[in-house]
Design a binder for this molecule. Structure first.
Ligand code: GLN
Length: 227
């Protein structure tokens, strides 16, 4: 028998249980196991990783205190699939604005992410979005945004000009993602809320907080098993 594919959910802080619950509802001919990841050893057993929503400053701090920052940066370098949702998108990026002093990020995607991009008035909202351009048939996905970040900019060679935006925190990871960043979804007002770069994906919203399994199923098929 072939071993199952192990999908880890980073369980330092945030909505990790919700991701595992959604994954466990999915029927698939491929054998998967879903595990909470808190240690380097658990991370090493993973074929793919999900970084949940929560609070990116707390995830950064706990990763440093538990000596998980370097193993996570190395996991990024290993080219295994990684999906970040909300705070996870912040943690996965190469640059952030509105970050806290000392906040660390993994540098897996060539994007600049702005934390808390919707301002105080719009702390959280739900919206059905059309993802059918990248997930066939999914034109009404229920998304939940909570103090959500957006992708402020796709970084390219001219990235040095972006300093104007204010205090920018840069990842210390030397990883260079070999793929191009693709915008998967922009809201009607132009804000970028889903991006992909090779086998890394980031979403501003929380698919794990609806009970719709289609986004998670797509991640497994498209990124993890390649089926
Ligand atoms: N504002 C949070 C942060 O900066 C993200 C919110 C979320 O994950 N729902 O980490």
């Amino acid at each position: 028998m072939t071993r199952s594919l192990v999908v880890g959910v980073l369980a330092l802080q945030g909505a990790f249980i919700e991701h595992i619950q959604i994954f466990e509802k999915i029927q698939s001919p491929v054998s998967y196991s879903f595990i909470e990841v808190r240690t380097e050893e658990q991370l090493h057993s993973c074929d793919a990783l999900v970084i949940p929503g929560g609070e990116s400053t707390a995830i950064s701090l706990i990763a440093q205190r538990t000596s998980m920052l370097k193993p996570l940066m190395d996991f990024i370098k290993s080219e295994k699939p990684v999906w970040g949702t909300c705070a996870g998108l912040i943690f996965l990026s190469k640059q952030i604005v509105n970050g806290r002093e000392g906040q660390k990020i993994l540098g897996g995607m060539d994007i600049m992410v702005k934390r808390n991009a919707f301002g105080r008035q719009l702390n959280s909202f739900e919206q059905k979005l059309d993802f059918s351009t990248f997930i066939p048939g999914v034109s009404d996905f229920p998304t939940v945004f909570i103090r959500a970040p957006v992708v402020e900019m796709i970084l390219d060679d001219s990235e040095e000009t972006y300093n104007k935006l204010g205090e920018v925190i840069r990842s210390e990871n030397t990883y260079q993602n070999p793929s191009k960043v693709e915008i998967l979804h922009q809201l009607e007002n132009g804000l970028i809320v889903a991006v992909r770069q090779g086998n890394k994906i980031g979403t501003s919203f929380h698919p794990e907080l609806s009970d719709d399994t289609r986004f998670h199923k797509w991640f497994l098929d498209e990124f993890v098993s390649g089926k």
